[in-house]
Structure formats: C-alpha cells, structure tokens
Design a binder for this molecule. Sequence first.
Ligand code: BT5
Length: 247
Amino acid sequence: LSCLGTRWLGRDMRLFAQLASTNELAISLAQKGESGTVILAEVQTRGRGRLSRHWESPSGGIWMSLILRPDIPIALAYQINMAICVAVCRAISNLLGLNPGIKWPNDLLIGERKVGGILMEVQAEGERLEYAVVGVGINANIDPSAFPDDWMATSLSREGGSEVSRTALIQRTLLEIERAYENLGSMEIYDEWRRRSVTIGRMVRISANSGELVGEVEDLAEDGALLLRRDDELVRVLAGDCIHLRG
Ligand code: BT5
C-alpha cells in the first residue's frame, strides 16, 4: 500500500476478474465496509449507468467503485460527484496530457466523445449521508469502435495513440480523489468543475423529472445546478439528462 501513495483511500482494495457491477458489490458492502474501500473489476457483466442504463465494461477499461462516508448532510452529496469528476479529469490530464471536459452532470469527454462516466449512489440516514458509493468508469485501453456510433464513445488509448498504464492511472486517480475529497465543498473544486464544463454556452435538451426543457446553458451553480436560459426565464435544473444540441 505504501506504493499506492494514498493515506486512507484504497487501504482495503478488492480486485475481481469479473463482477456483475462494482457499484452493486460496493453497495452490498457499504453498511459494514470501511470508508475508502475500493472495488475493481477487469470485466463487468452488468455494469450500470444512471437511470438503470447499461454500461459496457469490457476488459481493458478501469471499472471501480469507492465506498465513502463523509459526515455531511444528504443535501450536499452533489459535492462528492463534483469532486470526483474533477479528480478523475486531473489524473488523466496530469498523467497522460489529455484534457478531459465534464458534460453535466457526470460524463467525462475528450473533444465531443465520452471517455468515461461517474455513477454516484447514496444512502441517507435521516438528513445525513450514511454512505456514498461512487462508480468510476474509464475507457482506458478499449476499442470504442465496438460500441454503437450514437454513443459517441472514445478511449484513452484511442485519443493518446498508445495503451496507457492502468496501474499508474488507477494510482493517480485514487491520489487525486483523496486530495479532492479532503477539499469537498471548496471553491477550488467548484471553479475547476465549472472551468472544465463543456456544457456552458451550449444549446441543450434536458430531460428532468419536471419534463423536457430546451435552452442555452448560462452557467453551472455552486450547488451543481444547471442554469438554463429560456427566453427571459432562467431555470435551475438540479438533476437530469443532458443532450448537447448542435447549431
Ligand atoms: C454513466 O452513466 O456515464 C455512468 C457510468 C458509470 C460506470 C461505472 S464502471 C464502475 C461502476 N460500476 C458500475 O456498474 N457502474 C460504475 P450514463 O450517463 O447513464 O451513461 C450511460 C450511457 O453511456 C449508455 O446508455 C450508453 O449510451 C453509453 N455507454 C455505455 N457504456 C459506455 C462506455 N463504456 N463508454 C462510453 N459510453 C458508454
């Protein structure tokens, strides 16, 4: 563990050749599992995205989940998602010199293409957060041409032109996550999250609980909300699915 370089994240690290989903296993362990437990699988057979979507997880990617127990109100759970998105981008850019952007709320893009995604699942205990399981999926050394074109997927090996060391990237990612986590809720994280956003200024279509909204994204708020301009009205969207529109 000393070679991992982290102080507490990954102290308990479990590696599997194959799992249904690292998030699923992490959730089943979360009640007892220590904060900082990391679950990694080479292949996931039922990897999941948000809204019960499927996450394709062939060999060569990085599919991992972290169990975290910050003592914060459940209303601040968005800070975890924000910090982890930023940390994963930092790891990729510091180690590989690629510069990922964040497509609100949880996609990691290189150019216009999706190179990874974050899936946070939380459990509340009254008003407090009991635990958060954060899944991180990174298309490291995979061939994205095997995926449907409309996913607009890419991988680090494709973007960088050569295979990346997953060991080095996992290590760096955990280090960056530990650092960002200790800065939860800071302006530093919010600023970088906003700066890396590829959604500000774009025309988007958003499906949220309240229905479908189309408009231009004016900004992203400190609480993670997307601020959508529709004529002379500014709408706050806290959660939803965002499609960038062209033109
Ligand atoms: C996400 O969902 O982007 C979150 C993905 C989180 C995956 C990690 S892997 C480790 C952990 N364990 C799990 O079971 N999950 C987490 P969402 O925004 O809903 O995006 C899902 C959509 O992305 C799908 O409907 C496809 O269109 C597309 N997609 C699926 N697999 C992909 C891949 N490998 N690369 C790029 N796009 C993909």
